[in-house]
Design a protein around this ligand. Structure first.
Ligand SMILES: [Zn+2]
Length: 199
C-alpha cells in the first residue's frame, strides 16, 4: 500500500500503527487456523484499545454444514455486546485479515463504524467494492473509508497454508483457492527477483 498514507485521527499516525492492530487480528486468524477453520480474524479498536475481537467459525472439517453467518467480523461485532465501556463507532476502526464480504460490509456499515482496514483482498467474495451510491441513504451517506493491504503477505500465507492442508473441504477447488495459490507464487517470484537487501 501507499506508504505515505496517514490516517490523522484516532491515534493512527503511521502505517506501523495499523500493522500493530492488524497483528492482533492475525492472531485471531491463527486461532481459527489452529481450530482448522477458515483463517480469518478481526478486531475492533476504539481510541487505541481493542474492545472486541472475533475469529471464523463453522467451517471446520467435522462440519456437516458450513455456516455463512459465523464470519470473524460478525462475531467481533456481536462481541461488542460484552464491552461495557460505551461503544463509540465514530472513534472505532475495524481490522480484518480478509476483505469483508457483502454481509459483513453491510453489518459494519450498520454498526456505524466508518473505517475498515483489511489485509488480504477477497477476490472471490469481497464486498467493499460495492457502489454505495446506488443504495438507500442509510448506506449511501456513511462516508466509509477502506484501507487495504495492511500485513497482506502474512494473511496470504495463512490462506495458502489453509488451502494446502490435507482434508480441508471448505472452498476446495474454488476461484479463491486458485487465486490464493497464484498470489503466493507471485509473491515468491517477486522475492526471488528482488536485489539483495531490498526484501
Ligand atoms: Zn463476511
Amino acid at each position: 500500500m501507499d506508504e505515505s498514507v496517514i490516517l490523522n485521527h484516532m491515534g493512527i499516525k503511521e502505517i506501523r500503527d495499523l500493522e500493530k492492530y492488524m497483528e492482533m487480528a492475525l492472531e485471531q486468524a491463527r486461532q481459527a487456523f489452529d481450530r482448522e477453520e477458515f483463517p480469518v480474524g478481526c478486531v475492533i479498536v476504539q481510541s487505541g484499545h481493542v474492545i472486541a475481537s472475533g475469529s471464523r467459525a463453522g467451517t471446520g472439517p467435522g462440519q456437516t454444514f458450513f455456516s455463512e453467518v459465523d464470519h470473524a467480523e460478525v462475531r467481533a461485532l456481536k462481541n461488542l455486546e460484552k464491552f461495557k465501556g460505551g461503544f463509540d463507532p465514530e472513534e472505532s476502526i475495524l481490522f480484518s485479515t480478509m476483505e469483508p464480504c457483502l454481509m459483513c460490509y453491510g453489518a459494519i456499515l450498520l454498526s456505524g463504524i466508518k473505517t475498515i482496514v483489511y489485509a488480504y483482498e477477497d477476490a472471490m467474495g469481497g464486498g467493499t467494492g460495492c457502489d454505495l451510491n446506488s443504495l438507500t441513504p442509510l448506506y449511501r451517506d456513511r462516508g466509509v473509508e477502506v484501507i487495504k493491504g495492511v500485513c497482506r503477505e502474512k494473511s496470504l500465507d495463512l490462506f495458502y497454508q489453509f488451502f494446502n492442508k490435507e482434508g480441508n473441504q471448505y472452498w476446495k477447488g474454488s476461484f479463491l483457492e486458485s487465486y490464493t495459490l497464484e498470489q503466493k507464487q507471485n509473491q515468491e517470484s517477486k522475492k526471488a527477483l528482488a536485489p539483495p537487501g531490498l526484501n
